[in-house]
Design a protein around this ligand. Structure first.
Ligand SMILES: Nc1ncnc2c1ncn2[C@@H]1O[C@H](COP(=O)(O)OP(=O)(O)O)[C@@H](O)[C@H]1O
Ligand SMILES: [Mg+2]
Length: 294
C-alpha cells in the first residue's frame, strides 16, 4: 500500500489505492486516503481552470492593445486619430485593472485570511449610498434607479464586503438592462433575516444558465459581457462577500421578465428586524435621487 501511495503524484492524482476490504483497518485507511486524493484532485483542477481562465482574460486586452498600437505606428495619423488610439488603449488598461483587482479580491478570499469587521450595519443607508454612487451610470441610460425601504433594516455584517456585493449586483442590473429600464432595490426584513433584492427589467437570465451564474468567469453571453466591460467575476465576488458574512445570495428563479437577485443576511440579536419588533417607516429625507443614510 505504501508503494502504491508513493506512486501517486500531482500528475497522477486520478489514481486510487486499492481497497480490498473496506471494513478492516487497512481498508479504512485506504478509503480515507482516497477521499483526500479526490479533494486534492478537485482543488488542483479548480486551480488549473482558474489559472487558464485568468490567463486568457489577461491576454485578451493585451492583444487588443498591441494590435491597436501596431496599426497606429504603421501609419501617420492626425492628432484626433491618435487620441482615439490612446483612448481605446486606455479602455483596455481599465479592463486589465478591473480584472487584476477582481483577481486579487478572489485570491484573498481563497486564502481565507480576510479579517471581517462585523458591525450593526444600516442596510438601507448602505444601499442608498451604493445607489448614489452608481446613479450616474443609470442616468446615462435614462434608467429609473429606485430604493424601496419600508422599514429600517440592520444586519450584522462587514460594511466593506456588503458594499462590494451590492456594487456588483446593482452595477450588473444597470449594465444588462436596456435604456429606459427600471432597477429597484428593496431592503426589507422577514423571519429574523434581512433581505435585499435587486430587480431589473432587463433580459433576465435563461434557466439553463442559472446554476452557473455565480461561477468564476461564467458569462451568459461572453461577447456581450465583454462589450460591457465585464470579466465574469462580479457575481463570484458578490457570493463570497455575502457568504463570508454568514449570508446567502440567490437568483430568484421565478422571474422571467428581468433578473432578480436576493441577498439574505443575519440580523443583530434582538433587533427589530428579527420579526415582530417595532417597524420604523423609512422616509427619505431629501428628494428621491439622494439616498444618503437616513
Ligand atoms: N442583472 C442581470 N441581467 C442579466 N444578466 C445578468 C445580470 N447579472 C448578471 N448577468 C449575467 O451573469 C454573468 C455573470 O455576471 P458577473 O459575474 O457580474 O460578470 P460580468 O463581469 O460579465 O458582469 C454576466 O456576464 C451576465 O451574462
Ligand atoms: Mg458584473
Amino acid at each position: 500500500m505504501a508503494q502504491k501511495a508513493r506512486e501517486i503524484t500531482a500528475e497522477s492524482l486520478a489514481k486510487r489505492l486499492p481497497v480490498d476490504n473496506a471494513r478492516d483497518e487497512f481498508g479504512q485507511l485506504a478509503t480515507v486516503f482516497n477521499d483526500t486524493l479526490s479533494r486534492l484532485q478537485d482543488a488542483f483542477e479548480r486551480l488549473r481552470r482558474f489559472t487558464a481562465d485568468a490567463s486568457h482574460e489577461l491576454r485578451t486586452p493585451l492583444t487588443a492593445m498591441r494590435s491597436v498600437g501596431e496599426v497606429a505606428l504603421q501609419n501617420t495619423l492626425d492628432a484626433v486619430t491618435y487620441r482615439d488610439v490612446i483612448g481605446s488603449m486606455l479602455e483596455e488598461v481599465d479592463r486589465l485593472t478591473r480584472l487584476v483587482e477582481s483577481l486579487l479580491i478572489l485570491t484573498r478570499a481563497d486564502s481565507g485570511k480576510v479579517q471581517l469587521a462585523p458591525e450593526n450595519l444600516d442596510l438601507v443607508g448602505l444601499a442608498g449610498n451604493v445607489i448614489d454612487q452608481l446613479r450616474v451610470l443609470a442616468d446615462e441610460k435614462q434608467q429609473d434607479l429606485a430604493l424601496r425601504a419600508p422599514i429600517r433594516v440592520h444586519a450584522t455584517a462587514d460594511a466593506a464586503l456588503i458594499r462590494l456585493a451590492l456594487m456588483n449586483l446593482i452595477h450588473n442590473a444597470i449594465k444588462y438592462t436596456p435604456n429606459g429600464g427600471t432597477i429597484t432595490i428593496e431592503v426589507n426584513a422577514t423571519d429574523g433575516r434581512a433581505i435585499i433584492e435587486v430587480r431589473d427589467t432587463g433580459p433576465g437570465i435563461p434557466a439553463a444558465h442559472r446554476d452557473h451564474i455565480f461561477a468564476r468567469f461564467y458569462r451568459v453571453d461572453p461577447s456581450r459581457s465583454r462589450e460591457e466591460g465585464g470579466v465574469g467575476l462580479g457575481l463570484a465576488i458578490a457570493r463570497w462577500a455575502i457568504e463570508a458574512n454568514g449570508g446567502h445570495i440567490e437568483l430568484v428563479s421565478e422571474r422571467t421578465d428581468g433578473s432578480s437577485f436576493r441577498v439574505i443576511l443575519p440580523v443583530p440579536d434582538g433587533s427589530s428586524a428579527a420579526g415582530g419588533g417595532r417597524q420604523l417607516p423609512y422616509e427619505p429625507r431629501r428628494k428621491r435621487q439622494e439616498f444618503a443614510s437616513p
